[in-house]
Write a protein that binds this ligand. Structure first.
Ligand SMILES: Nc1ncnc2c1ncn2[C@@H]1O[C@H](COP(=O)(O)OP(=O)(O)OP(=O)(O)O)[C@@H](O)[C@H]1O
Ligand SMILES: [Mg+2]
Length: 211
């Protein structure tokens, strides 16, 4: 008899099936780690699995402390650079240790990982990413800037819209990263702006959050 219930297509069942994918990667990472030469790459795979589980909600989220969230996002992009054989980015932070973010840590990890990843993907040399966070009486201002080529002027006004991308078309959809960033910031009643540095080159993203 055919079972037509929809429960097999819900989020929980997706977590279940993706956990099977993660299990395979975890097993492969464990195998790799038995060879000293592949140990660092095995650790990269294991961290990526943890990240995937965290984003999926399959393991508990962390406390939304900005300094810790930035560490996770930096590690995520550094892992990408190592695995993709891209030059590593240097991160310079001016962030107080006790800034608490609203909502969930995984939302903010997505925001910063997308911003950092864009800078890393676009950079051809070992670039630099600066992150600042300042609290005023009634707002939190976070900036992420890089020293890459800057955002092409023709797409700058619509860069947060979905499907706006200068990446070569592939089988997967591009132009979603900054849309995700804007959606998450909006979810917390904030706003995000994109611009280019006035002098020299590089993109600047500013996030304003109330409270
Ligand atoms: N730091 C940056 N420096 C220069 N250009 C940028 C930067 N960040 C984004 N862009 C430009 O904005 C476009 C849109 O970015 P977005 O993250 O939304 O999509 P994507 O990176 O192209 O694809 P996806 O994130 O979905 O893999 C990029 O294709 C790029 O042209
Ligand atoms: Mg992107």
């Amino acid at each position: 008899m055919e079972d037509t219930s929809e429960s097999d297509l819900n989020h929980e069942s997706l977590i279940h099936d993706l956990n099977n994918v993660f299990e395979t990667i975890t097993e492969a990472a464990e195998l790799l780690s038995s060879d000293i030469r592949w140990k660092p790459l095995a650790a990269t795979l294991s961290r990526s699995v943890e990240r995937g589980k965290r984003l999926l909600g399959a393991i508990p989220d962390r406390t939304p402390n900005l300094a810790n969230i930035l560490e996770d996002a930096i590690q995520s992009v550094t892992d990408y650079c190592v695995a993709a054989r891209k030059p590593r980015m240097r991160f310079v932070r001016q962030v107080a240790p006790d800034i608490h973010m609203p909502g969930s840590a995984k939302d903010w990890e997505r925001v910063f990982a997308n911003l950092f990843l864009n800078a890393a993907e676009i950079s051809r040399q070992p670039g630099r990413i600066d992150v600042t966070a300042q609290r005023t009486e009634d707002a939190l201002l976070i900036t992420v800037s890089d020293n890459g080529p800057g955002i092409p002027e023709e797409i700058l006004p619509r860069v947060f819209r979905p499907n706006v991308s200068t990446k070569a078309p592939t089988s997967t959809r591009s132009g979603l990263g900054l849309h995700i960033v804007a959606s998450i910031v909006r979810k917390y009643a904030g706003r995000v702006q994109a611009s280019n540095r006035e002098r020299g080159t590089g993109a600047v993203f500013s996030i304003h959050l109330p409270g």
